[in-house]
Write a protein that binds this ligand. Structure first.
Ligand code: 13P
Ligand code: SF4
Length: 319
């Protein structure tokens, strides 16, 4: 539509005027992902978003995604202005892990190394020894386990359970979940596989164990897009937020992509597999943030310094 075109032109002009770069997650609207790409920004998984923002020389980062992604950018680049289209875009994992309860849980288990998923508040990260994203979680825990460390893991019980099962590590799990991935149903995927037996199943590890079990590939959003490219299969069933289809289909234009069903009857649900908080990012509020610096992210300096340590461990981690 013409209004979108006008907004896009305005955003491009403002990005330039404000010396800003757009860092977008794969689950945001196609138009936002496209803009990020066209203007020299990035479209990426949460680990790559953090790396890109920290390295980029722009003085302003515009983070289109959810709150923890903006906070992570600010923690890593306190000298930069970090803007988000809306500060209301949270995450069920973040909401389900309030810092007071989490700290009490850690205090009750002082013998455990505290590893938290990136999908947490700055305050929760500040209490952790390590932060990990889904792309390196298994590798980090394997390393800690080899050192004989026992783990306290929060907040995603599905991702935690998957890592535990993969590594055999001693992990105490917080009881949190992603409201989007939790909806995928193994039965529905099995029904789809019965229709397309030659399809591969790609699954984000925030999904329930029964879904992860039938996956050909389990990985972060970027890892799933890579898998789509490298797998020989012409048909792919994908269990993650449908925002990923924009880049995935571009990466494999000749392959057929199916949304993994979120209902047990095999019917795909067009509105279920989309994160309501990611969906809050729009061209309008993105332009607004750049125009008047609404949606600026601030992190208390003491908290920032404490949260920086486990984040730096994550960024410096090499297997
Ligand atoms: P990725 O690190 O795979 O991009 O995951 C972030 C996220 O919020 C998935 O729901
Ligand atoms: Fe959080 Fe799930 Fe949304 Fe990702 S998709 S931001 S884990 S609620």
């Amino acid at each position: 539509p013409a209004e979108d075109e006008a907004r896009i032109d305005e955003i491009k002009r403002l990005l330039h005027e404000r010396n800003a770069v757009l860092v977008a997650h794969y689950y945001t609207d196609d138009a936002i992902q496209q803009l990020a790409e066209e203007t020299g920004g990035c479209v990426a998984d949460s680990l790559e978003m953090a790396r890109f923002g920290a390295r980029h020389e722009a003085s302003t980062l515009v983070v289109a995604g959810v709150r923890f992604m903006g906070e992570t950018a600010k923690i890593l680049s306190p000298e930069k202005r970090v803007l988000m289209p809306t500060l209301e875009a949270t995450c069920s994992l973040d909401v389900g892990c309030p810092v007071d309860e989490f700290s009490a849980f850690c205090d009750a288990h002082p013998d455990r190394t505290v590893v938290v998923y990136a999908n947490t508040s700055a305050a929760v990260k500040a209490r952790a020894d390590w932060v990990v994203t889904s792309s390196i979680a298994v590798d980090v825990i394997e390393t800690l386990q080899a050192r004989g460390e026992k783990i306290l893991w929060a907040p995603d019980k599905h991702l935690g359970g998957y890592i535990q099962q993969k590594t055999g590590a001693d992990m105490l799990l917080w009881d949190g979940a992603c409201i989007v991935h939790e909806e995928f149903k193994a039965r529905g995927i099995d029904d789809l596989k019965a229709l397309y037996p030659d399809a591969a199943v790609l699954v984000h590890p925030e999904s329930p164990a029964s879904v992860v079990e039938i996956a050909d590939v389990v990985g972060s959003t970027s890892q799933l897009i890579n898998a789509a490219k490298t797998l020989p299969h012409g048909k792919l069933i994908v269990a993650t937020d449908r925002g990923i289809f924009f880049k995935m289909q571009q990466a494999v234009p000749d392959k057929t992509l199916f949304e993994a069903p979120t209902a047990g009857n095999g019917a795909t649900c067009k509105s279920c597999a989309h994160c309501p908080w990611m969906a809050m990012n729009a061209l309008d509020n993105l332009a607004g943030a750049l125009r008047d610096h609404s949606g600026e992210v601030f992190v208390d300096e003491l908290l920032r310094q404490r949260a920086l340590k486990p984040l730096e461990r994550m960024l410096n981690f090499k297997r």
